[in-house]
Design a binder for this molecule. Structure first.
Ligand code: ADP
Length: 467
């Protein structure tokens, strides 16, 4: 099955050779035969006519013997042909061959036996042991026919000539056939072998071996196809790995609050926790369920963004959204005595985006800034206009992010070691959601952070187009 394409090609090639040989053998031989017959009969006839006109010129109506000038025949003699001069009764009076058959009378000679044909093939009144091609030309003068010139060429001579020509055709075709083998070899190297590797690779992928690499690096369609498949398998492989870590993380993050809830409730039921401490532990149970709730909510949000969730874009004033979102944190800020410093380059700055989702971005970023800020500090939120964009920055002077964690904070479920102690409720999904939303807007988000100094998150949004 894997070889079928190649075998078909080889079969086609051999069939091409065979059919080529058969057609050359039949058609070429037929065409050459016809051509040689026509060519020779015409030139023999021309020669016969020439001889006939020389003879008739010599006679000029006088009744001389036709055999008077036999030497002439030797001079003009067509190679391999035999020329006779005959009188009207069919007596051969001169023969180009020596010894000739001069004096011999051809029995039943009929000058009209050729009809309207210019040549005949046969043994010419039983005069030849083999087949000959014969042509006739009358020797005329003064409205009288004195005799005839007959030229005979053995058919075996034509056959030998035909075989010579056919041999040349056969050899040329064989060389051509041999040369076309180069095409087959080039095809094998450039198409068949790479295709075989690609098919083997596709089989590996089908069997689940996504680490397989297809080693075709040519700069043509095959190389491109192999490259695309390699890329696809790499991506699928990453996806596979990602899926596994994702599930492991989800299970882990769901299991720990569930275990705590189960532990507290069992302790309440079996009396380990006395009724006076119920409130304290049930509050913890509620806090764990809230965590589970926010985990589920975060996952659902990510899922809807993953499936390239539809963006409901409108023009809105980003300054207002920032102010409103910051205000919603008033309670938490008061607890930690954190203040906001809002800096806007213009009083109204219209952007074009999905209002609800951008609110979510701001909420997550401000929430993090508050969570990881020290008490009595300030959070700086800035919105400034640059070219066609508005850049929004949320800057805190909190714990900062370690350098080697900077790239990982965007991954789902990732939390830095520094933050674990400070924020037990965090799901590690907030920044993943933020990044998805900003990217779905075709924009970028970046972070600048120094451990122990603080962090700044900056993202861009397009300005509203009708401004
Ligand atoms: P979480 O729900 O844990 O906040 P995020 O995805 O929002 O999840 O953040 C991932 C991690 O990135 C956080 O756990 C924290 O370690 C780090 N991080 C995010 N924002 C800040 C910040 N402003 N300062 C310090 N660390 C931060």
């Amino acid at each position: 099955m894997t070889h079928s394409l190649y075998y078909k090609f080889i079969l086609g090639y051999l069939l091409f050779g065979l059919l080529g040989f058969i057609s050359i053998a039949t058609f070429s031989s037929e065409i050459t035969d016809r051509y040689l017959l026509r060519h020779h009969s015409e030139s023999l006839y021309d020669e016969a006519n020439q001889i006939a006109s020389s003879y008739s010129g010599m006679y000029q109506g006088k009744n001389r013997y036709l055999s008077s000038y036999p030497e002439m025949l030797k001079e003009v003699g067509y190679l391999h042909a035999q020329i006779w001069i005959m009188d009207r009764q069919g007596k051969v009076v001169a023969d180009s061959r020596t010894p000739g058959i001069e004096g011999q009378v051809i029995e039943d000679f009929d000058p009209t036996f050729m009809g309207n044909k210019s040549y005949t093939i046969g043994n010419y009144y039983n005069q030849f042991p083999e087949e000959v091609l014969s042509v006739h030309a009358p020797i005329t003068g003064n409205y009288t026919t004195y005799g005839y010139v007959a030229v005979h060429l053995p058919v075996s001579y034509l056959k030998a000539e035909r075989d010579g020509i056919l041999n040349i055709i056969y050899i040329s075709s064989a060389v051509l056939f041999g040369l076309s083998l180069i095409i087959l070899l080039v095809f094998t190297r450039t198409v068949y072998f790479p295709l075989k590797k690609i098919t083997a690779g596709a089989n590996e992928y089908a069997q689940g071996n996504l680490t397989h690499h297809i080693g075709v690096n040519t700069r043509d369609e095959m190389g491109y196809l192999a490259g695309t498949l390699n890329y696809m398998s790499d991506e699928m492989n990453k996806m596979d790995e990602y899926q596994k870590t994702f599930i492991a993380n989800v299970s882990h993050d769901f299991r720990s609050p569930l275990t705590s809830i189960k532990g507290y409730l069992e302790a309440i039921l079996d009396g380990t926790i006395p009724p006076e401490l119920y409130e304290k532990y049930l509050t913890r149970v509620i806090s764990e369920t809230e965590r589970l709730n926010s985990l589920t909510h975060g996952l659902l949000t990510l899922n809807s963004l993953d499936s390239k969730g539809y963006l409901n874009r409108t023009n809105f004033d980003i300054n207002r959204v920032i102010k409103d979102t910051a205000a919603s944190f008033e309670g938490t800020c008061n607890e930690k005595n954190i203040t906001f410093d809002l800096i806007f380059s213009d009083s109204i700055q219209m952007v074009y985006g999905d209002l609800g989702k951008i609110q979510r971005v701001l909420y997550n970023l401000i929430d993090n800034a508050i969570k990881f800020s020290h008490p009595d500090s300030t959070i700086y939120i800035q919105a400034s206009s640059k070219y066609e964009k508005i850049f929004i920055s949320i800057k805190d002077t909190g714990i900062g992010i370690p350098k080697d964690s900077l790239k990982k904070i965007w991954e789902r479920f990732y939390k830095t070691d520094l933050s674990r102690g400070k924020d037990k409720k965090g799901t590690g999904l907030g920044l993943a959601i933020v990044k998805e939303i900003i990217q779905s807007h075709g924009e970028n988000i970046d972070v600048v952070s120094t451990e122990g100094v603080g962090s700044e998150f900056i993202f861009s949004l397009p300005k509203a187009s009708n401004l």
